[in-house]
Design a protein around this ligand. Structure first.
Ligand code: TUI
Length: 312
């Protein structure tokens, strides 16, 4: 059985953490991943605190296992979402798109474990000093808002630089990727794109179909010029957006062009929406329950690694 400081820290069976995918990661998916032995997450995205509270309560009705909330720090509601997380005593918070430093003291006091997503070694070191419990190192293979380093080079650097455990994210969709991540020094993996195609993910079927159809050249990074690079599946909107970037449209106009596009894709407009997904979409070929995804991944990983990452 694969164990690490992450399974111990979070009280979970397998060191598999679900990605915090805005709109897509609801209580249904979070509970399914939790019941499957991983750490499920509700993604707050840009939703207000009340929505998050309702989702946390719903997840509690669907599972008795620990789960977390992913807080997207660019959200105008980040402050009130953190307040809800603390009031509801959510056991784990992962953060994205920013530095969670200003919330650390309050979260620690509430007993919430804090695990930020980082895409650089310097940020990870700063956050370690501020008392985070672990970090998720996310390579540019990931979907959504990304940095510039690849998972293959980021993870060993983080493992060398930090005392806290490292979770690898970006480009991992099966047991081979998980085994590779553990060998690079990670103690767990974060899986986003593959869980889009979990039965319990409530996103429109057209979004799932696009992930299933994806091949090695299906993703593209938009927003390089706005300072918010976002990996998406290629479609009419990504082509239009890239053309506008090429023409030198002002960053604020580009931001306006992108507003509401993830919601549109979530509801099924996969041509005019922003269909965020990682490069690992090419490795996703079927829709199965979240628990089956986890079992398959762990089985494959264990077959590759034997007892190397077991304990006791
Ligand atoms: O956050 C993500 N992925 C996301 S967030 C998102 S919503 C969004 N949509 C459009 C534009 C921007 C956001 C979609 N996908 N992944 C984790 C992640 N965090 N990737 C990169 C970062 C990050 C970036 C900067 C973490 C910290 C950071 O720190 C800046 C600082 O304050 O030092």
């Amino acid at each position: 059985m694969i164990k690490s400081r992450i399974t111990k820290l979070l009280g979970i069976k397998y060191p598999v953490i679900q990605g915090g995918m805005a709109w897509l990661a609801t209580a249904e998916l979070a509970a399914a991943v939790a019941n499957g032995g991983g750490l499920g997450l509700i993604a707050a995205g840009s939703a207000p605190g009340d929505w998050v509270r309702e989702q946390v309560r719903k997840a509690r009705s669907l599972t008795s296992k620990p789960f977390g909330v992913n807080v997207m720090l660019l959200s105008p509601y980040a402050d009130e979402v953190m307040k809800v997380v603390i009031e509801e005593k959510v056991p784990v918070v992962t953060t994205g798109a920013g530095n969670p430093g200003k919330y650390m003291a309050a979260l620690k006091e509430a007993g919430t474990k804090v695990i930020p997503v980082v895409n650089s070694v310097s940020l990870a070191k700063r956050l370690e000093k501020s008392g985070v419990d672990a970090v998720i190192g996310e390579g540019m293979e990931a979907g959504g808002h990304i940095g510039t380093e690849t998972t293959l080079v980021l993870i060993p650097q983080l493992a060398d630089a930090l005392q806290v455990p490292v979770i690898a994210a970006g480009g991992i969709a099966d047991g081979r990727g998980m085994a590779a991540a553990l060998i690079l020094g990670a103690e767990g993996v974060q899986i986003g794109t593959r869980f889009i195609c979990a039965e319990e993910c409530v996103v429109d079927e057209a979004y799932k179909a696009m992930v299933l159809k994806a091949t090695d050249r299906s993703t593209v990074v938009t927003g390089q010029r706005t300072g918010h690079p976002v990996r998406v599946l290629k479609n009419k909107f990504s082509r239009k957006f890239l053309a506008a970037e090429e023409e030198g449209l002002a960053p604020n106009e580009l931001e306006a062009m992108g507003a509401g596009r993830l919601a549109a894709a979530f509801h099924g407009d996969v041509e005019e929406g922003s269909v965020m997904a990682g490069q690992a979409a090419a490795l996703v070929n079927q829709i199965t329950p979240a628990a089956a995804i986890i079992e398959e991944m762990i089985g494959q990983c264990q077959a590759l690694l034997g007892d190397s990452f077991s304990e006791g």
